[in-house]
Design a protein around this ligand. Structure first.
Ligand SMILES: [Zn+2]
Length: 484
């Protein structure tokens, strides 16, 4: 797995350029979940027209639901037949809004959480509580004109495509990607020929690293040759929502690429990503143990480095002029500046790994929740078998599954957007980690815990309750790579 590139991360502070700038809207409510999908499909102006009502602004949820249903049908009529939508079914939408499946207070609390996350992402015009009062002036009624005010904060939509989040490569992209993959393979050849470079990065593990480079290259070319089965991408641009830069699985020899990489928006970035992901395909031991540039990256032990996909980026980055390390040689226990690793370096590295694992797991949990919602919409009877796990997730991530009446029976789009929000929040917290001041504690474990708490508080919108947030983060880390 790889996080989004820093290039993309850096744009996060500029909301107008955020790849998924319209995404947070999908958090807000179930009818709004539909509204955001409409927005993606039709564009802002058309969505505003679809949602505009002639009755002064206040309609019941049932009326709004009916309008969204009609609008959704319009999207369906206008779209190419192969396209699919992550919209709730009309019956699901209706039952959520009016049918009492989820207690009203739970729905409102979920929306409040989502609004706080929106506020943390890009400034809301008022506080979350004010928006709540405006959106829900009284029980069972929501104010559409107030809603369009919130929609109006996101005029510059970038979320144009409604293609599926796990799609085969388009022929034009595949041709470009084949070309880039060949260049990645040639780059790997150069790295393998660079014995001094291999020694400088991997030390005593240089020979093992060289062997893995060879396997990575073979696996990459094999995957490209069988791209319909071995590679998929995210034309829906869901990945930027959760900070994902791609992933690869050794057992299945499968690679998932972000839309930007699949479309080769940046050639060097695509080469580096392909090498990172194909390193995962070289050996079961090549995992993620610290992303490129993370705290303590250059000081890691040799067994850790040879088992860390991001370390296979360093030699290619040097060839491309994209290395961040001034030093030519990585020495275990030494920083790039040549100094011995300090207490602070250890604390920062420990916290960095904790935050990375929490995010990685949150992305996997979201994939499980979203996939289950999709399976159920497709008619698959999967809920009962997955129920224990779903209830566990729902409680700790503050979704709404466990609150369903008379008993939990399904996964709604509201849960999918809430779990997306947790994954997105953990991505934000991971990036805030290195920016936290060093805690004062002289005990390593205590200092790590303080640093983690500080990053969680800095984001401030994961769940809205610090103790619950830390419990959630610990739960995510404990579940890292445990499957479902
Ligand atoms: Zn990875």
């Amino acid at each position: 797995m790889e996080r989004e590139t820093e290039h993309e991360a850096a744009t996060e502070s500029a909301p107008s350029r955020l790849p998924g700038a319209t995404g947070p809207l999908s958090f807000a409510t179930v009818p709004t979940g539909a509204a955001i999908d409409l927005q993606r499909a039709l564009g802002n102006a058309r969505t505003a027209r679809v949602l505009r009502r002639p009755d002064g602004g206040r309609v019941s949820l049932a009326v709004a639901t009916g309008r969204l249903h009609a609008a959704r049908e319009e999207v369906r009529r206008r779209a190419p037949p192969q396209r699919r939508y992550r919209l709730p079914t009309p019956s699901e939408l209706k039952s959520l809004a009016t049918g009492g499946l989820i207690p009203e207070a739970t729905v409102e609390e979920a929306i409040r959480t989502a609004l706080r996350r929106m506020d943390a992402d890009w400034e809301l015009r008022t506080s979350a509580d004010d928006v709540m009062k405006t959106l829900f002036p009284k029980p069972g009624v929501f104010d559409e004109s107030a809603w369009s005010t919130v929609l109006g904060t996101s005029q510059r939509t970038v979320y144009q495509s409604v293609a599926d989040a796990e799609a085969k490569l388009r022929p034009g992209d595949l041709a470009k990607l084949k070309d880039v993959a060949q260049e990645a393979a040639d780059t790997i050849d150069k790295c393998m020929a660079d014995d001094a470079g291999l020694q400088a990065v991997f030390g005593k593990q240089a020979k093992t690293a060289k062997g893995r480079y060879a396997k990575a290259k073979a696996a990459l070319l094999k995957a490209i040759a069988d791209s319909d089965n071995a590679i998929d991408t995210d034309y829906n641009r869901d990945d930027p929502q959760v900070g994902l830069g791609g992933w690869a699985n050794f057992a299945s020899q499968h690679i998932h690429l972000t839309g930007n990489v699949a479309e080769v928006k940046d050639r060097d970035e695509a080469i580096i990503t392909l090498i990172h992901e194909s390193a995962h395909l070289s050996h079961n031991d090549v995992d993620d143990r610290g992303y490129y540039g993370s705290d303590g990256f250059e000081a890691m032990s040799e067994p850790d480095k040879v088992g860390n996909a991001a370390h296979y980026e360093e030699l290619p980055r040097r060839l491309l002029g994209k290395s961040r390390y001034a030093t030519a040689t990585f020495t275990p226990g030494q920083t790039a500046g040549g100094k011995a690793v300090t207490f602070e370096d250890h604390v920062r590295r420990d916290a960095s790994e904790y935050l990375r694992k929490a995010w990685d797991r949150a992305v996997d949990v979201h994939g499980f929740v979203r996939g289950t919602a999709r399976d159920i919409l497709g008619g698959a009877k999967v809920f009962d078998a997955r129920k224990p796990k779903l209830l566990e997730i729902s409680k700790v991530e503050h979704l709404t599954i466990h609150a369903q009446q008379p008993q939990p029976s399904t996964v709604t789009v509201l849960d999918a957007v809430l779990s997306e929000g947790v994954a997105r929040g953990t991505a934000r917290i991971m990036r805030l980690g290195p920016k936290q001041p060093m805690p004062t504690s002289t005990d390593r474990a205590a200092a790590v815990t303080q640093l983690i708490d500080s990053a969680i508080a800095d984001y401030g919108a994961l769940l809205g309750n610090r103790a619950e947030e830390r419990k959630l983060m610990d739960w995510l880390v404990a579940g890292y790579r445990t499957g479902f």
